[in-house]
Design a protein around this ligand. Structure first.
Ligand code: AMP
Ligand code: MN
Ligand code: MN
Ligand code: MN
Length: 282
């Protein structure tokens, strides 16, 4: 029986996390994680640094990515796990998403400027330190400017639908994003499925299209799932024959309610995504 602790969803400064890849890896090891997937938004830029940092800890880094997808008019996140190095289909796809992020960031900044908040592009860009530009960077900037008390507050007041700085993302198609992950030899997993506000019927349609495209897994256990959401997603995994994944979605120590590896166990009857990984996972 495996007693390894898996955390298959985390972020570093390569996207909107606040720890560098080596800092993240060190913290994961301290938290007792044995297998950590670094899954930055729309980039694989942090993976080499994470892999190099992991060796002395005896920690295994899974090469991951969290791909932004637009499905049914909303943003859905698809994790790629064990993606190979230098896959042109994946890397070209991610490069396109980063360009789309750049255009969106400029539109967000223009809207915030019209709402009386100047300098948001430069502010967010400085915080992102050359990595991808995320709404999280705008949120940190607005908190620093005293416009809101917390990142959560910024999203509520400025960045979500109906608020002054909202710009709908236009990302990859679902089949396209899954295709990039598969082309890179990775497993595709629907991230934090309870976060999309989908009815059971809509979630069923998402899963069907996802599987049609070659997707295999669903994040049943997530740092952002309440216990009843875990139960709901376990049922979805059983019904559709999906592999089950588990990840904290850790972004940094400033969110004290989410810690690396601090996750309930997957329901025992589910087949985990790592069932066929071999090696340490066996
Ligand atoms: P983006 O991909 O640039 O649209 O940014 C999405 C990121 O913002 C997510 O990955 C989360 O890290 C963060 N986020 C989204 N919604 C919220 C929220 N309500 N409160 C705090 N962070 C959020
Ligand atoms: Mn994020
Ligand atoms: Mn996500
Ligand atoms: Mn994430």
């Amino acid at each position: 029986m495996s007693t390894l602790l898996y955390d298959l969803h985390s972020h570093s400064t390569a996207s909107d996390g606040t720890l560098s890849p080596p800092e993240l890896v060190a913290r994961a090891a301290r938290s007792g994680v044995h297998v950590l997937a670094l899954t930055d938004h729309d980039t694989t830029a942090g993976l080499e640094e994470a892999e190099a940092a992991a060796a002395p800890f005896g920690l295994e880094v899974v090469r991951g990515v969290e791909v932004s997808v637009t499905w049914g008019g909303r943003t859905v996140h698809i994790l790629g796990l064990n993606v190979g190095r230098d896959c042109a289909a994946l890397e070209d796809g991610l490069a396109r998403l980063r360009e789309q992020r750049e255009g969106r960031a400029q539109r967000i900044a223009r809207l915030l400027g019209e709402a009386g908040i100047p300098g948001a592009y430069e502010g967010a860009r400085a915080l992102a330190r050359g990595s991808i530009l995320s709404r999280t960077h705008f949120a940190h900037f607005l908190v620093a400017q005293g416009r809101a008390e917390s990142v959560r507050d910024v999203f509520k007041k400025y960045l979500v639908k109906g608020k002054p700085g909202h710009v709908a993302g236009e990302w990859a198609g679902l089949a396209e994003g899954v295709g990039w992950i598969r082309a890179a030899g990775g497993q595709a997993v629907i991230a934090h499925p309870a976060r999309y506000g989908l009815t059971a019927a809509k979630l069923g349609r998402l899963v069907a299209e996802f599987q049609e495209a070659g997707g295999q897994g669903i994040e049943v256990v997530s740092g952002s799932h309440a216990p009843e959401e875990i139960d709901r997603m376990a049922t979805v995994a059983r019904r559709h024959g999906l592999l089950a994944s588990s990840g904290s979605d850790f972004h940094g120590p400033e969110n004290p309610w989410i810690e690396l590896g601090a996750l309930p166990r997957l329901p025992r009857d589910l087949r985990p995504v790592w069932a066929d990984w071999g090696g340490r996972a066996a």
